[in-house]
Design a protein around this ligand. Structure first.
Ligand code: GLU
Length: 549
């Protein structure tokens, strides 16, 4: 009896062999420099910012090289699978503009290298596992969980490296006849890789991010086909990334220690390995020390957080590219309107120790991104967000569409647009005082320097009686504000006041603040002139009169 008999017994009815698959999925016709990358999430229902970052890097590397970016669903861990996870992944990729060139979704396969769902590739993995068994490079292992526990306990007691390897690999040298007999007797088994590696030898590798790295060889006889017939990550990675003709694997740091194993698997299978880039975990700064961003402690570790807060997708992308490559920021400054796809992301410029995620910086980037939007776009995006997360506000926006756009247009579309909105969840708070029904119930007036009620009323009274005219242009309006300041003993200009503070009660800014607060309750708002224009004559008068009354 030979290994071939064993292989035929384990995989009796395979329709195709490896040669068939090799010709079914030929090398891609790529031009010099074009890269093939893939995003390969496990459908566990939760997208971590680190996975998202990997997807973004995959996408950027493929697009800037004019190559291919595809999506592969790694659903071999059936116990952890969540039913709508794939919908969420697709939704996220579309929302963030990272549309895969090849994918499989709702029964439709786009691309010639599918299926793109691992559980649908079972026969392919079997063909390759069979070929390994046939060559004596893989074997059935009949260890029961109790036997594995026993091995582990012995290794622990002897203080030696744990695992299934060398002399500990109980079924590695089982004669074919006995293996065949056990299988015929219905004994349960899995398939293990027969490693030829030795721990005392080292391998060198050049990682696209980390540069030169060195490891001991792999010597573990890892599982390649599990008891449920599906492959492990390691085996599926080798088979899929080979057959799908990936040129650059980009994945999290947690996989770097498996690299010796993966390189050995590629060699045993006769495949040329792809290039690897292992991305460092995103970090958080906590009181001056760095720690890994954590699903438990940091809400921003989940990509869903950004949707919930209403941080626009392009802001998140801009920010992440920023932390991926520090050259992004100067590129963006030089090319304010270019699509991000044109940015030439460099893997070798990515952080090896882990970039620090900074929420304040993200919100700053977001403010900048939003400042370039039109009022109409902000209205639409805010409404879309509010329909999901703040229905009452959505209703208000819908009932006052034109007015809301006017409000949002205050200080917008100018050389220096307003930058007070970082996320759609900020909008309500930034503009609520512009809606009469809401304003009526606001009573937390943020008066500043001038906070004596009698003086406030006197200023408002004079303003409304003598100076307010809705038809004034901005310059006239401002001159009148200065006239009012002078009348009440305040300097017309801030610098006059600063030069001679004894001579005045304050300056024109203190006066305009009184009017601003009376009209909005806030001391910090966009341009007051524009606010008054949008409120209109009657409403300005009403608000001031009500206040005096
Ligand atoms: N399914 C693996 C994960 O989500 C993919 C890793 C890889 O990109 O190879 O961690």
């Amino acid at each position: 009896m030979t290994n071939k008999d064993l292989a035929d017994l384990i995989f009796p009815n395979l329709e195709h062999d490896v040669d068939y698959y090799e010709s079914l999925y030929p090398e891609r016709e790529l031009k010099e420099g074009e890269k093939v990358t893939r995003f390969a999430p496990s459908p566990t229902g939760y997208m971590h910012i680190g996975n998202f970052m990997s997807a973004l890097v995959d996408y950027s590397i493929a697009k800037s090289s004019n190559g291919i970016f595809f999506l592969r669903n790694e659903d071999t861990d059936k116990a952890r699978e969540v039913s709508d996870a794939v919908d969420k992944i697709m939704e996220t990729l579309y929302k963030y503009g990272m549309i895969p060139d090849e994918y499989e979704y709702k029964g439709e396969i786009v691309g010639n290298y599918g299926p793109y769902i691992q559980s649908e590739r079972k026969e392919i993995y079997e063909a390759y596992a069979k070929s390994l068994v046939k060559q004596g490079l893989a074997y059935p292992c009949f260890c029961t969980p109790e036997e594995l526990d026993e091995i582990r306990a012995k290794q622990e007691a002897a203080k030696i490296k744990p695992g299934y390897y060398g002399v500990w690999a109980k079924y590695r040298t089982l004669p074919v006849e006995q293996a065949v007999e056990k299988i015929k007797n219905g004994e349960k088994y899995i398939i293990r890789f027969k490693s030829m590696g030795r721990e005392d030898r080292r391998i060198k590798h050049k990682d696209s991010i980390k540069g030169n790295i060195e490891f001991p060889e792999n010597d573990q006889d890892i599982v390649i086909i599990k008891a449920d017939g599906l492959p492990t990550y390691h085996f599926a990675h080798a088979v899929d990334d080979h057959l799908m003709r990936v040129t650059q694997v980009i994945r999290g740091d947690e996989w770097v220690s498996s690299l010796p194993l993966h390189l050995e698997l590629f060699r045993a299978l006769g495949f040329k390995p792809p290039k690897y880039a292992h991305t460092a975990t995103i970090m958080k700064d906590e009181n001056g020390s760095k720690r890994k961003i954590s699903k438990r402690k940091d809400p921003e570790a989940a990509v869903s957080y950004y949707h919930e807060e209403g941080i626009p997708a392009d802001a998140v992308v801009e920010y992440l590219l920023n932390i991926a490559n520090s050259t992004f920021e100067p590129w963006r400054r030089a090319n304010p309107n270019k699509p991000v796809e044109e940015f030439d992301l460099q893997l070798n410029k990515m952080s090896v120790s882990g970039a620090v995620f900074d929420m304040v910086k993200l919100l700053d980037v977001s403010k900048n991104v939003i400042s370039k939007y039109t009022a109409e776009k902000i209205y639409e995006e805010t409404l879309k967000w509010a329909e999901k997360y703040n229905q009452e506000f959505a209703k208000l926006l819908k009932e006052n569409k034109d007015y809301s756009i006017k409000v949002l247009n205050i200080e917008r579309g100018k050389a220096k647009p307003r930058k007070d909105i970082a996320k759609w969840s900020d909008v309500e708070n930034t503009i609520e005082y512009m809606y009469n029904d809401i304003f009526e119930n606001m009573n937390d007036y943020e008066f500043q320097k001038i906070n004596d009620e009698a003086e406030i009323k006197d200023i408002l009274n004079s303003y409304i009686e003598k100076h307010f005219n809705i038809s004034d242009d901005k310059e006239t309006w401002f001159n009148k504000m200065k006239d009012l300041a002078e009348e009440k003993g305040y300097a017309r200009e801030v610098k006059e006041y600063k030069a001679n503070p004894e001579a005045y009660k304050g300056h024109v800014g203190d006066i305009s603040t009184v009017i601003r607060v009376a009209l909005t309750t806030r001391h910090n708002t966009p341009d007051l002139y524009e606010i008054m224009q949008v409120l209109g004559k009657e409403e300005v008068e009403k608000r001031i009169q009500d206040f005096i009354g």
